[in-house]
Design a binder for this molecule. Structure first.
Ligand code: G1P
Ligand code: ZN
Length: 539
């Protein structure tokens, strides 16, 4: 039976860079989740005939959220839901299922790389028929509606069994439970040369993939161990757990420490990689060697011809403004399109849909291509393995040869976390106001050539977005400042540093960027305003 329940609005349901992301306990407040889903449904309008895909990364509250979602969808007149078995689907696999089935949209319940559990975070990612997360014009509308919502509709019934593959009904709505891995594997087989990868492992090549107790474990076991023949046990932390076993499922040098320690030990495998909570981020490691995500994007782009799906040519490449300029040099050398966009994957979607780019990436461990409309962790790992298989070179050799050819962008990111929203906003506002006066000034030996907000004019929908402030120095170095849009409380200031060198290729990035980091602190008055003399997280 369909019930209409009266509710009172919450005022904080504004979606950020990665959907609506909140403390799990906030999401679990009475009607909080229901209000938000109903706000999306109301934004879409007439739901008759509409088909959506739904799943999550398995974190705490995923099971409850999915049941609520199914019942609300049925009550609101949705025609059909495609659901990952047991409520699991990675973000990239979800985007693929959405596009393959031409559905009207998709919902992935995940707070991405943020910790899970009752005291962690929960999130809702909402994609439209493009396969990518909805643009700001739509998230703004959802937010407006959420502030005025008075009722939601829900079907009163027992929970639906989503543990078995097959089709069933709730009211008039069809529920199809699918194997979320099958389609994804098929897609990867079409992109990459799986035979070459099998040969690589046959020759004794070793890898370790850390799934961080999150959604990619079963995908990785199926692809790397069962199909490609990597040794059993190559995939670690393979079991998705509601609290990720206490891990912070963010694949970087700080949070994937166990993998990093292993890869820097004498027992290291030939290749190491990790994915995040919902499987869209990746980290790439060689033996005692780390590849920055910015370099990774540049290296993949430079080697596109080695991959069957791209061998005939690629349209171009996109990167977020905060990502280093390494890929710009590759794009120039190959004479392909090059675009710099604000932070957030959704800005790549228009560029992919209009055949302007094929590859894209962000410094935050995100790389992907137009096979879907989200970044894709396992895709990046398969791409790297393919380069290794086709060249016979190690991760370190491939990266160092790349630097030898193009020069090296030394790159680091500093995060200042747990700052009050007011301090964060004021710091950015004041810095923006003083940018014009910084021209020609020198800080710690670096002279400023130009300093300006980053403004993006979308070539497709002609929308304008301002995101972050960029300081350009006369030697090609850059500092980017921006506020995080994914935090679940307070503000995080991100400071991105880049220094280019054509000849000095084997230095420690910390040494190369030491003075630039001092300049970054002085320019934005970070210690004075935040009380912090050091970043909380450095990646
Ligand atoms: C962060 C990353 C950004 C990424 C987003 C979603 O957003 O910096 O590149 O797209 O997570 O994964 P931020 O917190 O910086 O707004
Ligand atoms: Zn993610």
């Amino acid at each position: 039976m369909i019930k209409t329940i009266a509710t009172t609005p919450y005022t904080d349901q504004k979606m950020g860079t990665g959907g609506l992301r909140k403390k799990t306990k906030v999401m679990m407040q009475p009607n909080y989740f229901e209000n938000f889903i109903q706000s999306i449904f109301n934004t879409i309008g007439d739901l008759r005939g509409k088909v959506f895909i739904v799943g999550g990364d398995g974190r705490f509250f995923n099971d409850i959220a999915i049941q609520k979602f199914i019942k609300m969808a049925a009550a609101n007149g949705v025609a059909k839901l495609i659901i990952g078995q047991n409520g699991f689907v990675s973000t990239p696999a979800g985007s693929n299922i959405l596009l393959k089935n031409h559905t009207d949209g998709g919902f992935v319940f995940s707070a991405s790389h943020n910790p899970g559990g009752e005291n962690g975070d929960f999130g809702v990612k909402y994609a439209n028929a493009t396969g990518g997360q909805v643009p700001t014009s739509i998230t703004d509308k959802i937010y407006q509606i959420s502030k005025e919502i008075k009722e939601f509709k829900i079907y009163e019934s027992d929970d639906i069994d989503i543990s078995k593959i097959g089709t069933q009904k709730l009211g008039d709505m069809i529920i199809e439970v699918i194997d979320p891995i099958k389609d994804y594997v098929e897609m990867m087989e079409k992109i990459f040369d799986f035979e070459a990868l099998k040969q690589l492992f046959k020759k004794g090549f070793t890898m370790r993939f850390d799934a961080m107790n999150a959604v990619t474990g079963p995908y990785a076991i199926r692809i790397f161990e069962e199909i490609l023949g990597a040794a059993k046990g190559s995939v670690v932390h393979a079991q998705p757990l509601p609290d990720f076993g206490g891990l912070h499922p963010d694949p970087n040098l700080v949070y994937a420490k166990e993998l990093v320690d292993f890869m820097y030990s004498d027992q290291a495998a030939d290749f190491g990689a990790a994915n995040d909570g919902d499987g869209d981020r990746n980290m790439i490691l060689g033996k005692k060697f780390f590849v920055t995500p910015s370099d990774s994007l540049a290296i993949l782009t430079d080697n596109y011809k080695l991959i069957p799906a791209y061998a005939n040519g690629i349209y171009g490449v996109g990167k977020s403004a905060a990502t280093s300029t390494a890929v710009a040099r590759v794009a120039k050398a190959h004479n392909i399109g090059y675009y710099e966009v604000p932070t957030g994957w959704k800005y790549f979607v228009n560029l992919m849909d209009s055949n302007r780019i094929t590859f894209c990436g962000e410094e935050s461990f995100g790389t992907g291509s137009s096979h879907i409309r989200e970044k894709d962790g396992i895709w990046a790992v398969l791409f790297w393995l393919s380069i290794i298989a086709k060249t016979g070179k190690s991760v370190e050799e491939i990266t160092k040869e790349h630097w030898g050819k193009y020069g090296r962008s030394y790159y680091m990111r500093f995060d200042f976390e747990g700052i009050s929203t007011e301090v964060g906003d004021t710091l950015m506002k004041d810095l923006e106001n003083k940018l014009p006066s910084l021209k020609d000034k020198t800080f710690e030996g670096f002279t400023i050539e130009k300093a300006a907000p980053f403004i993006y004019n979308d070539p497709v929908d002609h929308s304008t977005t301002q995101n972050g402030l960029i300081v350009y120095f006369t030697d090609g170095s850059r500092i980017v400042y921006r506020l995080s849009g994914t935090g679940s409380s307070g503000a995080t200031i991100r400071v991105y540093l880049e220094r280019y060198s054509l000849k000095d290729l084997n230095q420690d990035p910390r040494d190369m960027l030491q003075n630039l980091s001092k300049a970054a602190m002085i320019i934005a008055e970070i210690p004075e305003r935040t009380g912090k003399h050091q970043a909380d997280v450095v990646t």
